[in-house]
Ligand binder design. Structure first.
Ligand SMILES: [Zn+2]
Ligand SMILES: [Zn+2]
Length: 426
């Protein structure tokens, strides 16, 4: 098993990497011309978003955030996207910075409406506001749906956090209502009992998602299990190794679990005192050795470790420490790592993404703002309807000399599209 693991890490397991040199070597040995052409294109073993059809029995998992609360260019915070061959898509955790990664995948936002939050640390839901507002702006014409755990009091639960997020965005939303299709600018929250053990929290279209408790910082955190078509995806938000994960993640096809920065690196690179490093690195979170122990117990077809800064000088230490306790298939995750999973195969690649992405195609046609949107919103948020819009003071500050050039823009649009667009007079 260890030899298999070592070979896997070297990229030689599936025979793709290293193939060319082997063919060239064989050709040279046989005194033949090498089979590899210097000019002919060869297949690249990367995932280019929006370029592959998912087979009906296939699951694709993409890491959209694998790092730490302090996001950096190389790594956003916790987020994993699961795409299924039946067309369903689910987001597990939406950590800070991850909305940007998701945008690179060019998936229409109407399909990105289901988010499962494992706990309410910012590095696991800090991008919720971005995908809420930005997703609606880029074409999600329906409410964002969020599932998350309760806490020991209502203030410590997901419904409270989502309500406060909506309140935080009062000015933002008040400035949009009545101007745009407002259907996407709402959040549906589904809070469930954090103590529930392997309870079904979602069931639709052949997909079942269950929740079980985790141990981290306060009561409330959970892990998730998604089952579909005989495949099982497990996602652990943060946790100290816990008995529920060991029990319910057993025999997962792919098990994602946090694996924190090793204690010596916490001291050396993050400036923690040894006391702090030991508590944070082994008691609040899961140390690499403990991650390995959990995986050795549950025996997934693929173990995925995340929640560490993956650098040239940290990766080997994480790997070595995991390998003291676990010898099975392992991915040390980084942003844009991709797993294609079927019953017979798990293919691991990196995605190569475009950074300059625009909005993906719309799924649902946008509507004009509905009459009564402002009244409805004002009532819900306790904002007087007359304050939704400009005051006479601000209206009076419009500099009229630009009207002429802007009328030109309206005229141009009217001519090009063969429709009359009236320039607003007030
Ligand atoms: Zn946390
Ligand atoms: Zn975390």
């Amino acid at each position: 098993m260890l030899a298999f693991a070592a070979a896997y890490l070297l990229g030689q397991y599936d025979g793709r990497a290293g193939n060319e040199s082997l063919l060239v070597k064989e050709a040279i040995a046989a005194k033949k011309k090498p089979l590899i052409s210097p000019v002919k294109a060869r297949e690249r073993d990367v995932y280019a978003p929006n370029s592959e059809t998912l087979a009906p029995d296939e699951m694709r998992v993409i890491a959209c955030g694998t790092g730490m609360p302090t996001t950096r260019a190389a790594q956003a915070a916790a987020c994993f996207l699961v795409e299924l061959g039946n067309g369903d898509k689910f987001i597990f955790d939406i950590g800070s910075g991850s909305a940007e990664r998701i945008s690179s995948l060019q998936i229409p936002y109407d399909y990105l409406d289901k988010i499962f939050i494992g706990h309410l640390h910012a590095d696991h839901f800090g991008s919720l506001g971005e995908i809420f507002i930005g997703g609606a702006l880029m074409g999600r014409q329906k409410p964002l749906r969020v599932w998350g755990p309760s806490g020991r009091t209502p203030e410590l639960g997901t419904a409270y956090a989502v309500q406060k997020l909506k309140e935080l965005y009062t000015w933002d939303l008040a400035g949009r209502v009545g101007m745009v299709d407002f259907r996407g600018y709402s959040i549906e929250v589904n809070e469930f009992d954090y103590k529930a053990e392997n309870a079904v929290i979602y069931e639709d279209n052949g997909v079942t998602i269950r929740s079980f408790p985790a141990i981290h910082a306060l009561d409330g955190p959970v892990s998730f299990g998604l089952e579909w078509n005989g495949l099982k995806f497990i996602f652990g938000s943060d946790t100290f190794p816990n008995k529920w994960f060991v029990k319910y993640a057993k025999d997962a096809d792919i098990a994602v679990h946090e694996c924190f920065i090793a204690v010596p690196a916490l001291v050396k690179k993050m400036g923690f005192t040894p006391e702090q490093a030991l508590v944070v690195g082994t008691q609040i979170h899961t140390a690499p050795e403990a991650f390995g122990k959990v995986m050795q117990q549950i025996q997934p077809r693929m173990a995925v470790a995340y929640h560490f800064f993956k650098d040239f000088d940290t990766t080997a230490e994480i790997n070595d420490r995991i390998r003291t306790t676990y010898d099975g298939p392992l991915s040390l995750a980084e942003d844009f790592m991709v797993w294609n999973i079927t019953k017979d195969d798990i293919r691991v690649r990196m995605a190569v993404v475009e950074e300059h992405t625009w909005s993906p195609p719309l799924v649902t046609k946008p509507e004009l703002p509905q009459k009564g949107d402002r009244e409805k919103y004002g009532k819900e948020m306790g904002v007087p309807v007359k304050s939704l819009g400009y005051s006479d003071f601000i209206k009076g500050g419009r500099w009229g000399e630009v009207d002429e050039v802007l009328r030109g823009v309206y005229k141009e649009a009217s001519e090009k599209l063969g429709r009359k667009f009236e320039y607003p007079t007030k």
